[in-house]
Design a protein around this ligand. Structure first.
Ligand SMILES: [Zn+2]
Length: 327
């Protein structure tokens, strides 16, 4: 944590350009969430999740991430596969793979916006605004599907989306759409809240959504260009040490997806949009606080994924005579 405080002044030197209106924690945020989940899953749940993911339909190009590198052990291989899958829902946005894109990518499954505005500094919810984003619906659907008698092929897609969506809704800007006179239909999770001066060329613009998506790797950049595991594991271990499972357990609210979303919305309305100005770079203080909040959100997302899979798959898997797993 000390290292982070020291580097706070350098944060904006290493700033990455997030001009594309992204709607996700970036790769680092998602993979950290999955790493933390994996560390808290039971051996039985891990085994079953890997079995399911490897049964994914071929055109989803999901099981292809079960790769092997040199002398890697089976346990390392499985963990890296699981961590990689956290970003599968983003990989498939690539239109260069049209079949995969058309069959599996859904840009509006990554968020569920609640519309609100400030009135004299107070948060007021907007009524009668058209629904925007289906993350919450999909959480409900997929969490039921993984416990059903659906095929492992279908469960694989559900598991991959669950790892991703649970991560996404812990990013406060994925559940929020702030309305103003200029943006009566909301600011698209902060994608329209610009942090760069007016007139900045589009390719160099930065916005509040991207700021939160990429906060971990901007604060703790991968300066040595290390591989995922060498870079991410120590960050994940630090987050788990700062917010241990045993302490967070009482607030994890298993299965209470709406409560998870509301916590995130509370951060958006009561922190993310305060002490920040349009067309201005956030202060170092804001950046540090946002980083700490994000660490805790990532910890909780990881623990909640682990709880969900432990509860769905953690019981001993019974195999029938043909060796086929049964729940
Ligand atoms: Zn996403």
């Amino acid at each position: 944590m000390k290292k982070i405080a020291v580097s706070a002044g350098l944060i904006f030197l290493g700033v990455t350009i997030f001009s594309n209106p992204a709607r996700a924690w970036d790769d680092v945020g998602h993979k950290l969430t999955a790493y933390i989940a994996w560390q808290n899953m039971t051996p039985v749940a891990r085994e079953r999740v890997i079995e399911i993911l490897r049964a994914a339909p071929e055109d989803a190009q999901l099981s292809t991430f079960y790769m092997s590198y040199g002398s890697q052990s089976k346990a390392e291989r499985e963990r890296e596969f699981f961590v990689m899958i956290a970003s599968w829902a983003d990989f498939i946005k690539d239109k260069g793979f049209p079949v995969r894109y058309k069959t599996y990518s859904n840009s509006n499954w990554h968020y569920s916006d609640t519309f609100w505005h400030f009135e004299d500094g107070k948060v007021v919810m907007d009524a009668d605004v058209e629904k925007n984003g289906f993350a919450m619906d999909k959480l409900d659907e997929f969490s039921k599907l993984i416990r059903s008698s659906a095929s492992d092929k279908d469960k694989a897609i559900a598991v991959a989306w669950l790892i991703h969506i649970i991560g996404d809704i812990h990013q406060p800007l994925h559940v929020s759409a702030k309305t103003t006179k200029s943006y009566p239909n909301g600011d698209q999770g902060g994608n329209l809240f610009f942090l760069t001066p007016k007139g900045t060329p589009r390719a160099e613009q930065e916005n509040l959504h991207g700021f939160w998506d990429s906060i971990i790797d901007r604060t703790v950049p991968n300066t040595k260009d290390e591989c995922d595991s060498a870079y991410l594991d120590p960050i994940g271990d630090k987050i788990m040490a700062a917010y241990p499972y045993d302490k967070e357990k009482k607030d994890l609210e298993p299965g209470e997806f709406v409560k998870w979303k509301d916590e995130s919305l509370d951060i958006a309305t009561n922190f993310a949009y305060r002490n920040i100005e349009f067309f201005k770079k956030p202060s170092d203080d804001y950046q540090q606080k946002a980083f700490r909040i994000s660490e805790k959100q990532i910890a909780k997302a990881g623990y909640r994924i682990a709880d969900l899979f432990n509860s769905a798959f953690g019981a001993a898997v019974v195999k029938d005579a043909a060796g086929k797993a049964q729940n």
